[in-house]
Ligand binder design. Structure first.
Ligand code: NAD
Length: 441
């Protein structure tokens, strides 16, 4: 088996190039612009730890594109954060916003640290100092952070508070999204990414591509990652009739053929810090979880979990990418050939940025929409995006977008996968908007 290059930049280039090759009228010189980040900020600063020692913290904020509006993207705290990872995630945000028609560009931030080893006071000091360093980069109309892995509402509250202290006399609430409700957060934001996964899956299943899986009732679901996104997805899928057969977090996984109750799992995790050891479950490794016998697999943790090594062993019929970048291009090829469908990250997890956008809109007017309003708007937008991707896919014949005649003679594995279709739509929208604005000057 050939070894895969797991450099995030290489992978995002492969995905981009594959989609761009289908866009025959894409201006050649524009391709480089669309691939490159607009700006990469690397920041180092010292922070004093609780024991009096000083540690140098490295941070990134990458802005990929601002053609549609201010750049938008989460900030993650993780020891493995790198310039390559943050840059590839910033690109992903551009395509995600374009795909779901949100007037934002893409950005991402990362802080190289291990939040599990830092106290709350150390995290607060790092966050405030990072915000000061980002002072002239972020802003309600320029670049808007949000939570990502190991950051949360509290992190966003500190960013807002620090930015507000530096910009007195202005409505600074829209500078970050994913804030606590009491500070202008949107109702429904916390659950939005998991709910978006649910809506995307429900709509996808109505298309009839998986005849034995028309809806979620009785569908056996395995979820990797039990954080914000994974735990909410578990609860949402469970409450819509799915059987959650396996769950995991960074310590490992659990399996129960008769199904797990997310409420009980969450209570267990709260007490023990992990899902592993939950009574009446079998213990699995994270690798085994991915290969478990199930209908729907939801990777909701880190990147490149489904790759060259395990794609041939995946038993799910549908993969719903709650995490960003969980599947490599080599795995995509294998899954396509095996008839396993993938709802790609830029569609499946777009619920988060969608409600972040609604939060930003509410903050402009200092209003708060009812939860029903937020959820209805979210559902409508995700359904419409799934429809757009599916329609595009259905009408696709390689080399000729308009030709539907020969469609019936095509087997599904000769069509581009849903990631490529989603990227084609998104790249085309950003390319068209760039040309409409005009190349400056
Ligand atoms: P989180 O920090 O709340 O949770 C991450 C979870 O993954 C934790 O349960 C952790 O134990 C687990 N985990 C970490 N490493 C693991 C590994 N190697 N194997 C298995 N589990 C592991 O983060 P989150 O906000 O839920 O984000 C999860 C994923 O979803 C990330 O890829 C993130 O980029 C993506 N995402 C998040 C949002 C959002 O709104 N939070 C939006 C879109 C995409």
């Amino acid at each position: 088996m050939t070894k895969e290059n797991l450099d995030p930049i290489v992978i995002s280039e492969q995905q981009f190039n594959k989609a761009a090759a289908y866009i025959t009228d894409l201006k050649r010189g524009l391709v480089d612009f669309l691939k490159q980040p607009k700006r990469i900020n690397i920041i180092n600063f010292p922070v004093e730890l609780d024991d009096g020692s000083v540690k140098t913290i490295r941070c990134y904020r990458v802005i990929h594109n601002r053609v549609f509006g201010p750049s938008k993207g989460g900030i993650r705290y993780h020891p493995d954060v790198s310039e390559q990872e943050v840059t590839s995630l910033a690109k992903l945000m551009t395509w995600k916003c374009a795909l779901v028609n949100i007037p934002f560009g893409g950005a991402k931030g990362g802080v190289v640290c291990n939040p599990k080893e830092l106290s709350i006071n150390e995290l607060r000091r790092i966050t405030r100092r990072f915000t000061v360093e980002l002072f002239d980069i972020i802003g309600p109309y320029t670049d808007i952070p949000a939570p990502d892995m190991y950051t949360n509402e509290q992190t966003m509250a500190w960013i807002f508070d620090t930015y507000d202290a530096l910009n007195p006399g202005e409505n600074n609430r829209p500078v970050v999204t994913g804030k606590p409700i009491a500070l202008g957060g949107s109702l429904g934001r916390f659950k939005a990414t998991g709910k978006g996964c649910l809506f995307a899956t429900q709509r996808f299943l109505t298309k009839g591509l998986i005849p034995e899986l028309k809806d979620l009732s009785g569908a056996r679901v395995a979820i990797q990652g039990y954080g914000n996104v994974g735990a909410v997805a578990a609860a949402e899928f469970f409450s819509h009739g799915a059987r959650i057969v396996a769950l995991s977090d960074s310590s490992g996984g659990i399996y129960a053929e008769e199904g797990l109750e997310p409420e009980k799992v969450s209570a267990y995790k709260k007490e023990h810090g992990t899902v592993v050891g939950m009574p009446n479950t079998l213990t699995l490794s994270n690798q085994e979880l991915l290969e478990v016998d199930c209908d729907i697999l939801i990777p909701a943790a880190t990147a490149f979990q489904i790759n060259n090594n395990n794609a041939a062993k995946i038993q799910a019929k549908l993969i719903v990418e709650a995490a960003n970048n969980p599947t490599t291009p080599a795995a995509d090829e294998i899954l396509l050939k095996r008839g396993i469908y993938v709802i790609p990250d830029i569609l499946a997890n777009a619920g988060g940025v969608t409600v972040s956008y609604y939060e930003w809109v509410q903050n402009q007017a200092n209003e708060q929409w009812d939860l029903d309003v937020v959820n209805q708007k979210l559902q409508k937008r995700i359904f419409a995006s799934v429809d757009a991707v599916f329609d595009h896919w259905e009408n696709y014949l390689i080399g000729d977008l308009s030709l539907a005649e020969n469609k019936k003679s095509l087997s599904t594995d000769s069509l581009p996968d849903f990631r490529t279709i989603s990227l084609i739509i998104a790249i085309k929208r950003v390319a068209d908007a760039t040309l409409l604005r005009g190349i400056w000057p």
